[in-house]
Design a protein around this ligand. Structure first.
Ligand code: C2E
Ligand code: MG
Ligand code: MG
Length: 766
């Protein structure tokens, strides 16, 4: 990890410093700086904020400083040009409309001295001047943001420009170096390195760019294959040799491979190589030529947040753990941080709102780690990464006790408390259950798992897996909290999280869930469906629970996703269906009504993929003696229905027998309307998020519910409202003409004995 501590100054790189070694090292520094999130290796980037409005200018400067930038301000165009004349900057944020020298004029002047890749300029303009924005871009602005400034967007755009700029400079500096040394035509700064391999003589020509991509001068590499292959990462050399051989043998049309290669400073960078063989008349490969492209950023940086991705995180953590073996006094904490209810945001507000949430979320947790790092010496190894989806990780250096580690987790939870400004994408309902999105705010929380480095860990993957297990445990408890890893956590069920690093946990929990089913730990609860006008019970919905010997009653949200991922849902689903059908068949006899009581059972799309799903349902009806209309299947979008035509066929067959089909959680997923048009539903269930929001101030939700009712009437399908909790919900639904519903107002889901009590009571009241 020696190179990690080396200060890097991209703008002080090459040109003019004497001799090859100096140049190559300087170029290498820039290349190293390309790893944008090895935070500790970067100097503070210098920004110039130009705005004649002092308040606006100072406010944004302050926030940029809080985000780790070095910021100067200028309150007029002339002052900006003066400052630019005397000091160097990495980026300028330039207001367009200023008295005297306008932003456009400053830009024009500034571009005389600095190209757009030397010095990126982001113009700040009023929302409605799109023509001028186009003009500004033509004049050489790199990007623009609109006023009033949305800070998250501004920050993301600034970071994007800085990463792009550093990348271009690195290539250019390397190219300038060759040009100066060899008098070659300057190649494209971001060009590929070429190679040409004479397979008979075994000699390879590497072009100077190929060498410079590794920080090497042409004379530093021999014309041997070993100059390439001996530098390839031990884990990648086997596949690379195989791919080369396969192409030589004529088994592939082209040779293509991605691998890590050791640069001059010892660090590995990701490259992609492509090539093609030239063959003699007999088809024997005699020459092979191709190119090498630097794909390090693409492979190691998360495109949305600019944070290192999982690959780079594991790489750094591996190095850090090796260092810690030598220096056990300084501990490392690994935090896995998961956004609570992220899917809900994506579904309800749209993906771009989800993206914005992730950007801001990343920036807040990163700020906590940066603060921790800057607070004391010896913490330079700290790093934040996006592992994927809604999951982040932090490696926090200089931890001397578990208390210190959880205090970082606490600070993160605290930093997430202020509302997140999210705007729903058009076409999305924009409301979240519980009315979370108030005006412009969304209360976002996280679940954090913490694991501490120690001799027990052999690999970086192991420690991340344990932090992940702790995160799952925190999530299953109450969300918005942290948990410190303990061995027993590997026994807990996790859910909702299909990412690769929980796969081994999934296997462990799959077995536990399978045993639970066998040992009778699963229970079926029932929630009545009622006529909203008479409040009479018409039927029930079967809802499964896991009565865990240690953890008590576990709700389906915490194990159904696991069951769906592992396929165990097929067994669980059939068991619930059989249990529920047998139960309602008994109640039909005991409490005769006209029409008879019926039973709705949730069916996962995974079950629908079973080739003999129809036979399975018919078998259950036969064994339990329930007539087909007594069973309603509820289908939701928890997992996409992959083969819609196949599903439709099976459902039509069941419908022909008289089995009912309800679309669950209507209007919460992306595919509601598509499913509605393709599958033979007879009823829609309006999701409880709409019912909970019926009394919102602006009456928007009421209008949505009215529209759903109208849609259902047009399609001649029935409607059931879910999640009726308050008398006002009932009143409002009655006014809207909704006839059927379920919810805590009538009854929570209860066991069979609880339902019998309700039915007896109803009989007594009648
Ligand atoms: P769902 O099918 O939409 O079931 C309704 C859920 O809303 C149930 O949650 C129920 O307890 C809850 N609920 C009902 N009324 C109210 C109310 O007034 N207020 C609030 N806040 N909640 C109410 P539960 O039992 O936790 O089930 C969650 C989901 O798990 C179900 O949503 C269903 O999608 C799935 N699920 C449950 N049992 C099974 C099953 O046997 N198989 C499959 N595949 N999925 C199941
Ligand atoms: Mg349901
Ligand atoms: Mg539902």
């Amino acid at each position: 990890m020696k190179h990690l501590n080396e200060p890097v100054n991209a703008t002080e790189a090459p040109c003019g410093s004497g001799g090859f070694v100096g140049l190559a090292l300087a170029a290498q520094k820039v290349i190293t700086a390309l790893r944008p999130q090895a935070d500790h290796r970067r100097r503070l980037e210098r920004l110039l904020v130009v705005d004649d409005e002092h308040m606006a200018c100072n406010l944004i400067s302050l926030r940029l400083r809080q985000n780790g930038f070095q910021v100067e301000t200028a309150h007029s165009g002339a002052e900006a040009l003066d400052t630019l004349h005397t000091k160097s900057f990495d980026l300028v944020l330039l207001d367009r409309l200023m008295p005297g020298w306008s932003g456009d004029r400053v830009l024009k002047e500034l571009r005389q001295a600095h190209s757009s890749s030397d010095l990126p300029v982001i113009m700040v303009s009023a929302v409605d001047d799109s023509e001028q924005i186009a003009e500004a871009l033509e004049m050489g602005a790199n990007d623009y943001i609109t006023k009033p400034i949305d800070f998250t967007v501004a920050l993301a755009r600034i970071r994007t420009q800085l990463i792009r700029n550093t990348s271009e400079n690195a290539g250019r500096n390397a190219a300038q170096h060759r040009f100066a040394n060899e008098g070659e035509a300057t190649p494209r700064p971001d060009g590929d390195g070429l190679w040409d391999w004479n397979l008979d003589s075994g000699r390879i020509y590497y072009c100077p760019r190929w060498a410079s991509m590794l920080g090497l001068a042409p004379e530093e590499i021999s014309n041997e294959p070993g100059a390439w292959l001996s530098r390839v990462h031990p884990q990648d050399i086997g596949p690379l040799r195989n791919a080369l051989q396969a192409h030589r043998d004529g088994k592939t049309e082209t040779f293509e491979m991605e691998y890590r290669i050791r640069c001059k400073d010892g660090a590995f960078r990701w490259m992609a190589s492509k090539g093609v063989a030239f063959r003699d008349a007999a088809g024997k490969a005699i020459r092979m030529a191709g190119s090498q492209t630097d794909i390090h950023e693409m492979k190691t940086v998360d495109g949305l947040t600019g944070l290192p991705n999982r690959t780079l995180f594991i790489e750094h953590l591996t190095e850090a753990l090796e260092d810690k073996c030598l220096d056990p006094g300084h501990g490392l904490a690994i935090l896995v941080i998961n956004v609570d209810r992220f899917k809900l945001v994506n579904d309800s507000l749209g993906r771009s709102a989800g993206d914005r949430l992730l950007i801001e979320f990343a920036s807040r947790i990163r700020a906590v780690v940066l603060k921790w790092r800057s607070a004391a010496e010896g913490r330079e190894g700290s790093l934040v990464s996006r592992l994927g989806g809604d999951k982040f990780a932090a490696m926090v250096d200089g931890i001397s006790s578990p208390l210190q580690a959880v205090s970082v987790a606490d600070q993160m939870l605290h930093a997430l408390r202020p509302m997140f400004a999210l705007v729903p994408e058009s076409g999305h309902p924009g409301n979240l259950p519980g009315g979370d999105l108030q005006e412009r705010g969304f209360q976002c929380t996280a679940s954090i798992g913490v694991a501490l480095s120690g001799s027990r860990y052999q690999t970086a993957e192991d420690i991340v897996e344990d932090a992940n297990a702790a995160m799952c445990s925190a999530k299953s408890r109450e969300k918005d909290c942290w948990a410190l890893f303990s061995d027993s956590m590997h026994d807990l069920p996790r859910g909702r999280d299909g990412s690769t690093d929980v796969r081994s946990d999934l296997r462990r929990n799959e077995n536990e869930l399978r045993d639970a089913l066998r040992q009778g730990q699963l229970r079926v609860f029932y929630q009545p469906r009622v006529d909203l006008n008479t409040e009479k019970i018409l039927g029930f919905e079967a809802l499964v629970r896991w009565s865990h010997p240690r953890r008590g009653l576990i709700v389906p949200a915490d194990f159904i996703p696991l069951a769906e991922q592992t396929g165990l849902i097929r067994e669980i689903g059939s068991w619930v269906m059989e249990e529920a059908c047998a139960q309602v068949s008994q109640w039909q006899t005991k409490f005769p009504m006209d029409p008879p009581l019926d039973m709705a059972v949730n069916v996962s799309p995974v079950q629908l993929r079973e080739p003999d799903f129809v036979g399975l349902v018919m078998g259950i009806l036969q064994r339990t003696g329930l007539a087909a209309p007594g069973l309603q299947l509820e289908l939701t979008e928890s997992v996409p229905v992959e083969d819609l035509d196949g599903a439709r066929q099976k459902l039509l067959e069941l419908k022909d027998f008289g089995v009912g089909l309800k679309m669950d959680d209507f209007a919460t997923g992306y595919s509601s309307l598509k499913y509605l048009s393709k599958l033979p539903f007879d009823t829609l269930k309006i999701d409880r998020s709409f019912i909970g929001d019926l009394d919102d101030d602006r009456g928007v939700t009421k209008e949505i519910v009215r529209t759903i009712l109208q849609l259902a009437a047009n399609l001649k399908v029935g409607v059931i409202a879910e999640g009726i909790e308050q008398p006002e919900h009932l009143k409002c639904l009655r006014e809207l003409g909704c006839e059927f519903g379920q919810g805590f107002y009538f009854s929570e889901p209860v066991d069979a004995a609880g339902i019998e009590r309700l039915l007896m009571q109803a009989r007594t009241d009648a």
